[in-house]
Design a protein around this ligand. Sequence first.
Ligand code: XIL
Length: 300
Amino acid sequence: ATTLGAAAAQSGRYFGTAIASGKLGDSAYTTIANREFDMVTAENEMKIDATEPNRGQFNFSAGDRVYNWAVQNGKRVRGHTLAWHNQQPGWMQSLSGGTLRQAMIDHINGVMNHYRGKIYAWDVVNEAFADGNSGGRRDSNLQRTGNDWIEVAFRTARAADPAAKLCYNDYNIDNWTWAKTQGVYNMVRDFKSRGVPIDCVGLQSHFNSNSPYNSNYRTTIQSFAALGVDVQITELDIQGGSATTYANVVNDCLAVPRCTGITVWGVRDSDSWLGENTSPLLFDRNGNKKAAYTSVLNAL
Ligand code: XIL
């Protein structure tokens, strides 16, 4: 195979990228994105602030631009994200208690109803666990509505679109020895044992010197998969752009049948949320394939 998407498809997997609606007029960008990837995540356009800027008033214009570009070019779409402490619109930031809980439910219903039947997997809840050694939940307005907010979000999501896979997505849950990883693992195990609907875990996989790739990544993927959920690598970028590390990530996913796909968080280094100078992606600013690209293609 000569593209990432086709190479991943050889083992029944996908290879995706984050797409920014504001770059869809850049033909250098869309040419690479269309050629190489077969799964799309909207980088910001399906988040809470974008889709419900005023309470009860939904706006899907930017989300639909990304969605339509993807589908018109034969790609599937991951939905990102429905319940998160970040990128909440101002009106939601100021809510609490039962009012916020209901607003979360209404938001999930509003967005999932619009995209009903059209999304491969939704990141239903994003980044709900704390960094550090607690293994517990992150404090947030959503968390303060009660510890059951995550399962309420998943039950709401299942009813809203039974066709979508429902994922829990987070960063710093790739290192098996970290308390945060164990906290999420225990939640997923509990959800599976109690029949709370969850289909997948998203490992964001933003690797840098503070959160480096670790060779226990494969153990993490295997351990989540053994709970009976798919694992998806949802936001991969590697600061410094090590070709070896990129190959390790691919090999670890391919070693686990339930690791169903990999998404990189942007197309060219100059598109990265981390800044071009960190060289985290697979193409340089001129659209040239980097060593990391070749390494990924050969590993797939
Ligand atoms: C980032 C986007 O890439 C930026 O454009 C935006 O300014 C902030 O959010 N974890 C996530 C993603 O789940 O939604 C974040 O995306 C990166 C970290």
